[in-house]
Design a protein around this ligand. Structure first.
Ligand code: CA
Length: 217
């Protein structure tokens, strides 16, 4: 899962970033509303955690713009305990859920997982296809009942491809998901990762579309 966190408070932002990372999310964090809005326009996120009180563009304005563009990315808003009006406004503008500050990190994580799950149409934390089962909560996978041992990056790639099943993902998207923005990756790195994963789960499970990317059929 690739998440965008828009939060200007260093302590809160740091806690959320670490919390979501426990659920193996790739978190990009911006501290300014105007920058957040610009980053959101580029898209490509599975979840947005949005503080409402921000320097630059206000959180509610970001939300209004996002939904106005027809972007359906799940949004979890962070609001003050006494901010009932903001909360209602946020939900009316298209936020999917909210967390009150100060919040319990386990609750925020669970709400984030629930939103990401709903967005992919899953009803629980299991993805199954042809003998391959991935448990997103336990962060484990089995193939024909046997536990699969996968290094972190391969497991992330497996989840990504499985969540996008039937859709083509480019090497750039994979690199972005694994390594985040600006860091990039040699395309060779992704090829090596894919072939290693293929050896463990069966080559037929990951199709190469030459010049386009990869797909789990
Ligand atoms: Ca704030």
């Amino acid at each position: 899962m690739k998440a965008l966190l828009i939060e200007d408070d260093d302590l809160v932002g740091d806690a959320i970033q670490r919390g979501l990372a426990l659920d193996h999310a790739q978190v990009e964090w911006v501290r300014d509303g105007t920058e957040g809005e610009a980053v959101l326009r580029a898209g490509g996120y599975d979840l947005v955690v949005l503080d409402l009180g921000l320097p630059g563009t206000d959180g509610l304005d970001i939300l209004r713009g996002l939904r106005g563009r027809g972007d359906h990315v799940p949004v979890l808003i962070l609001t003050a305990r006494d901010g009932v009006a903001d909360r209602i406004r946020g939900l009316d503008l298209g936020a999917d859920d909210y967390v009150l500050k100060p919040f319990d990190m386990d609750e925020l994580r669970a709400r984030a997982r629930a939103l990401a799950r709903r967005a992919t149409g899953r009803i629980n934390d299991l993805i199954s296809c042809d003998g391959l089962t991935i448990d997103l909560q336990a962060y484990s996978a089995t193939l024909d009942g046997e536990a699969l041992t996968l290094p972190g990056q391969e497991f992330k790639l497996l989840i990504y491809l499985a969540e996008q099943r039937g859709r083509v993902v480019s090497k750039e998207q994979i690199a972005d998901m694994l390594y985040g923005w600006g860091e990039g990756a040699e395309s060779n790195t992704i090829e090596v990762l894919v072939s290693s994963l293929r050896r463990k789960i069966g080559a037929q499970r990951i199709r190469t579309l030459r010049g386009v990317g990869y797909m789990m059929p």
